[in-house]
Every structure is written in C-alpha cells, then in structure tokens.
Design a binder for this molecule. Structure first.
Ligand SMILES: Cc1ncc(COP(=O)(O)O)c(C=O)c1O
Length: 308
C-alpha cells in the first residue's frame, strides 16, 4: 500500500463470502440481499437506536460481558426496551454465528432500534411494534498493510460534545457528527478524523479511541468526551498491570505532534498505528513503534486468554 493511498481504520480484506452471509432480522436469518427493515423503522428515520461491534476469536466473542453491559446501559439511557435479556441477546448472536459457520476473523454489528413507527415523525411513542434487532456478522480481517503503513489523521472542526447534548458515550445509531468529521478528514487528504473536546484538548477519532506515547508514557484523553471504548479500557488496564505508565489526561495538539508514537484503539482493528497527523509524521515513522508493538502483543495475549 502506498503512503498516499486512502485506507481507513475499518478497511477489511475483501472476502467474497460476505456477499451471502445470513443476517439476523428480528428472529429470522435472512440472506444478505434480502435482509431489510421497514422504511418506518426509527433507526432509519431518526438514528434512534444503539449498537455494539464485537469480534470473534477462537469461536468466542471477546469481552462479551463488557459489550452486553454497554449495550444494556445505552438502551436504558435512551429508554429502549431491547425485548430480550442478556441470554436472549447472546442466543441471537450465537444463532447467527453458527448459521454462518464462523469461528475466527469475524466481526458482528449488533443493532437494536426503537422499531417500526406508525407515522414518519420523531416522537418515540410512535414506535409501537417493539424493537428491531439486526445482527450482521461478516468475515472480516483488518488489512494487514495498515499495521506498517499506519493511518493518516486530520484534525477537524467537529468536536465530541458535552454530555448534555448527545453524550459521546452513547453508541447510538445517530453518527452524523462522526460522519461529518470523517468527510472533513477525507477532504483534507487524510483517512480518519482527529476530534478535539469542547475545550480544545485532543480527544478521540470519529470511530476509535486515541492514544499517544511520549517518553515512555502512554497518554489518552480523560474519557469525558469520548466513547467508553472497551479496547481503550483494556489497553489502560494492560498498561497498569505491566508497569507501563499510563495517564488519562488533558493534552493538546502541540504535545500530540511531538509524540513518539500514536495509535488508535477499537474492537475491529485492536491497536492501529498512526503515521501522520495534519501532514506531520509522528515519531520516527517506523510502524508500529516499540510501545505500540508491546501493547499489541499484550492485547493479543489477553484475547487468547479470554477466548481460550
Ligand atoms: C466513536 C467511537 N469511538 C471508539 C470506539 C471503539 O470502541 P470499542 O473499543 O469498544 O470498539 C467506537 C466503536 O464503536 C466508536 O464508535
């Protein structure tokens, strides 16, 4: 992959099997070309729903309890009855996985919306048929070249906002703010967007959490304005358990441009190195940097342990 070729953090190796995966739609398993929800669905009309992205290793969903905790907490926050308990959600996930014969290198997007509305307007009371649950599982492997080329970020004007507008901790279907950030980054010739917090401190990206490494220390934002990423939490815990100094703190773009290493975290890509921010090369340019590599290895070992 060339230095200038566009490659986002969620780019996956092409896999023809994904054209015909079976998708879970409200209890039914439907071939991808036929998997549909109503145009009256609150998710389609309003982005009124919550979702989780999960990854399959060794036939098991990594950090499943953490994902279920976050899903049910988000649903409670938006007053959405998922229509199933934790066991029911796991059953649906497993039914979909088994129907597709997947054991490794698969990624699930589990979505629950407030369901079909009786009229195409905003009020939640208009959703009267119960929730819609859709589970898409694809054969999915991050493109390997990204590990050595790294992603290019551009700082964008869109911020991850204050919790009283739309709490950035909510993994909601309404992602327009992040989509706009991604468009902005693309127009600037980058792959992904670096988003600041409302005070101008470095926060997160449009689809992942962000870490920098400076003089042997690992820094990430305070967590107040970003998604409470499960990978983020695991990286922080791994650093603490392995004697790597890690800080959740405010830091600025100046400290970020001067970082030795930078990487993104997310369920899909685990830890993805960042090559450039706003046209400036980060660190020596050798990717992944030594700390990123150490954390990648610790994370891989953790995944192996929890999915053994
Ligand atoms: C905006 C944003 N930040 C970060 C993440 C990463 O979270 P996780 O590590 O739980 O996948 C996600 C994933 O859904 C996200 O949408």
């Amino acid at each position: 992959m060339s230095e200038t070729e566009k490659c986002t953090v969620h780019e996956a190796e092409i896999d023809a099997r994904n054209e015909n995966v079976l998708i879970y739609v409200d209890g039914e398993l439907v071939p991808r070309p036929d998997a549909k929800v109503s145009v009256y669905d609150s998710g389609f009309l309003l982005g009124d729903g919550v979702w989780e992205g999960l990854r399959l290793h060794n036939g098991k969903w990594a950090f499943l309890d953490d994902h279920l905790d976050r899903l049910f907490e988000a649903a409670r926050a938006i007053d959405l009855d998922i229509g199933a308990d934790r066991g029911g959600v796991v059953e649906a996930l497993e039914k979909t996985r088994l129907a597709n014969g997947m054991t490794e290198d698969a990624h699930a997007r589990l979505m629950v919306t407030r369901g079909r509305k009786i009229r195409p307007f905003q009020h939640p009371d208009l959703s009267r048929s119960g929730p819609t649950m859709v589970i898409i599982i694809e054969h999915s492997q991050p493109v390997s070249a990204l590990g050595s080329r790294g992603v290019r970020l551009a700082t964008v004007p869109q911020v991850r906002g204050l919790p009283m507008s739309q709490d950035p901790k909510l993994n909601s279907h309404s992602k327009l703010n992040c989509v706009l950030a991604a468009i902005q980054a693309e127009k600037a010739g980058a792959d992904e967007a670096l988003m600041l917090d409302p005070h101008g401190f470095v926060n997160t990206t449009n689809g992942c959490n962000l870490f920098i490494v400076r003089k042997g220390e690992v820094w990430t934002s305070t967590g107040d304005y970003c998604m409470n990423g499960i990978t983020r939490a695991k990286v922080i815990a791994l650093c603490r358990a392995n004697g790597i100094p890690v800080f959740e703190k405010n830091y600025s773009l100046v400290e970020t441009y001067g970082a030795d290493e930078m990487f993104l975290t997310g369920t899909f890509g685990a830890q993805t190195p960042v090559a450039k921010l706003d046209g400036r090369r980060i660190g020596s340019g050798e990717l992944p940097g030594p700390m990123t590599q150490r954390i990648q290895e610790l994370y891989k070992a953790l995944i192996a342990e929890v999915t053994a």
